[in-house]
Design a protein around this ligand. Structure first.
Ligand code: MCA
Ligand code: AMP
Length: 493
């Protein structure tokens, strides 16, 4: 049975999802989702703008039961960003909750349903039907930043989701006894696929605590209720700071985390410094893995075997990996770096409405080109960085330099803009804007201007005004020089 079929047909009375307000058993979740799905029929791609939690789970499953694709929207985005996705997916329906009501978006959507206003408790029949899926149909459309500016739609079929979920279930020994704490956003792979869908496929319990502060996450983790936790490196780094600030007794902490069987880090490089500190304080050797929106998960350290600091491990079940050098040849030696390319049922078919980007992203023989550079040592992969300087990873979010530059150029006083990612202890990489301006601008005014146009996590953390950019003979901005300049002015300060 496909992983999603397993979820949609689970009639058990075991608790499936919980948040600060409510909890639902698998049977209740499926009943409510069936009731909601009867209002969705006929649409194709459905926007879901609901706070991560029980209502989100109902909305998500209802859309799948209606045989539509879920298009999750981030509550942190602006109308402009939502509109782009609504247009690109030609979504005919928006499901939202009261907390995220946005008049502009509701008016813009052809049809909308407020999930909080609906009576989903009716005794109804639709869930009597065994829910069957078509493996090649799209189940989910996620958006990822690209090198060409606008975010790209990544349609994932049931088959794609199934491959990653089954691979992770086997590799990480998921079971119905698991209880996972989910603090991640629910419009990206890490929160949706690795946490939510893996938990539900395995009849485990997923508890949502969106945007929890480090102290709250720690309290939850110490409650001994949870067996699995997954987060991005920024979150582990902040937990460490919180532990150090509060002077926690590390033996007490280790004892409190006894019930935890697996702690995972991913979405960005985990600094070895963070891994080691976390191990010392918590007793847990973080399991690092590597994935991408387009491919789900590809590489993982061993659950039971040895884990290696700084490595993302070996290919997950069903995933083929190869490294390719700059001449397009496969590298068969260890310790030689090249681009990671991926093949497997987990890999998507192509970007939404973007055959050109799709063509550029696959080799003629069907391997997906990740753009990440790695080498192999003792069968394990080590990520060295990305091919493009214009893709920035900040706090686990992938951010396109070009998208922010294009936006900044809409400002009447900005003539040139260059976005760079600079190393940062908290964010991994921090976004910095270099600007050539017609008149000097205050950082605060620029930040406020940006916040009307883009999610706050994309807003540059620092602005540097300059009279001209270093450029090569072709007129291309030399971003490495800007990075070096930023490091220099900050070491002087
Ligand atoms: C929030 N801000 C950020 C970020 N998050 N700025 C840069 N990068 C970020 N990631 C902004 C806030 O809007 C705020 O702006 C200011 O920074 C301070 O926010 P703070 O309260 O410190 O942040 P937070 O709200 O606590 O969020 C930090 C976070 C969050 C919890 C680390 O960024 C997060 O949930 N990241 C996870 C993203 C994720 O799930 N990625 C997986 C993608 P202001 O002060 O101006 O209001 S999937 C993926 O990558 C692949 C498939 C994979 O392998 O998993
Ligand atoms: P996204 O497309 O937002 O899902 O982000 C995928 C990208 O995150 C990958 O292409 C990598 O650059 C990065 N990434 C994910 N996991 C790791 C990891 N463990 N170490 C380094 N980079 C990672």
């Amino acid at each position: 049975m496909n992983a999603i079929e397993k979820i949609l047909n689970n009639e058990s009375s075991k608790i499936a999802v919980r948040d600060q307000y409510d909890s639902l058993s698998y049977c209740e979740l499926n009943n409510k989702a069936s009731n909601l799905s009867s209002k969705i029929n006929g649409q194709r791609n459905v926007l879901l703008l609901v706070q991560p939690g029980v209502q989100y789970s109902i909305g998500f499953m209802a859309i799948l039961k209606a045989k539509c694709a879920v298009v999750p929207l981030s509550p942190d985005h602006t109308f402009r960003e939502w509109k782009y996705i609504a247009d690109d997916t030609e979504a005919a329906l928006l499901i939202y909750d009261k907390q995220n009501f946005n008049e502009q978006l509701v008016q813009y959507s052809k049809k909308s349903l407020c999930i909080d206003d609906m009576n989903l408790d009716l005794e109804s029949g639709p869930n009597d039907q065994v829910h069957k899926i078509q493996p090649k149909d799209n189940a989910l459309i996620l958006y990822t930043s690209g090198t060409s500016g606008k975010p790209k739609g990544v349609p994932l079929s049931y088959q794609n989701l199934d491959a990653t979920i089954k691979g992770l279930s086997e590799a990480w020994a998921w079971s119905e006894n698991d209880v996972i704490l989910n603090v991640l956003p629910m419009h990206h792979t890490h929160g949706i696929l690795n946490i939510f869908l893996c938990a539900l496929t395995n009849s485990a319990l997923c508890e949502f605590s969106p945007k929890a502060k480090p102290s709250k996450i720690l309290d939850k983790l110490r409650s001994k209720k949870f067996t699995v936790f997954m987060a991005v490196p920024t979150i582990y780094n902040r937990l460490i700071q919180e532990i150090e600030k509060e002077n926690y007794n590390s033996n007490g902490l280790k004892n409190d985390l006894n019930a935890m069987r697996l702690m995972v880090s991913g979405s960005a490089a985990l600094p070895v410094r963070v891994l080691e500190k976390w191990k010392r304080l918590s007793g847990h050797f973080l399991l690092e893995r590597y994935g991408m929106t387009e491919i789900g998960m590809a590489l993982s350290n061993d659950y039971l075997g040895e884990r290696v600091a700084g490595s993302v491990g070996k290919p997950l079940p069903g995933v083929s990996i190869r490294l390719i050098n700059e001449d397009g040849e496969a590298i068969d030696k260890e310790n030689v770096s090249g681009e990671i390319q991926i093949k497997g049922t987990n890999v998507f078919k192509g970007y939404l409405n973007n055959p050109e980007a799709t063509q550029k992203s696959f080799t003629p023989d069907g391997w997906f080109k990740s753009g990440d550079i790695a080498f192999r040592q003792n069968e394990r992969y080590f990520i060295m960085g990305r091919r493009s300087i214009d893709i920035i990873k900040s706090g686990g979010y992938k951010i396109s330099a070009l998208e922010i530059e294009n936006c900044l150029l809409e400002h009447e006083l900005i003539s040139e803009a260059a976005i760079i990612g600079v190393e940062d202890e908290d964010w991994g990489e921090k976004i910095v804007a270099y600007l050539v301006v017609k008149k000097s601008l205050k950082d605060q005014d620029l930040k406020s201007w940006c916040k009307n146009k883009m999610a706050t996590y994309k807003v540059p953390k620092a602005f540097v005004e300059t009279s001209r950019f270093p450029k090569n003979a072709m007129g291309k901005v030399q971003k490495k020089e800007l990075k070096a300049h930023f490091t220099k002015i900050n070491s002087v300060r």
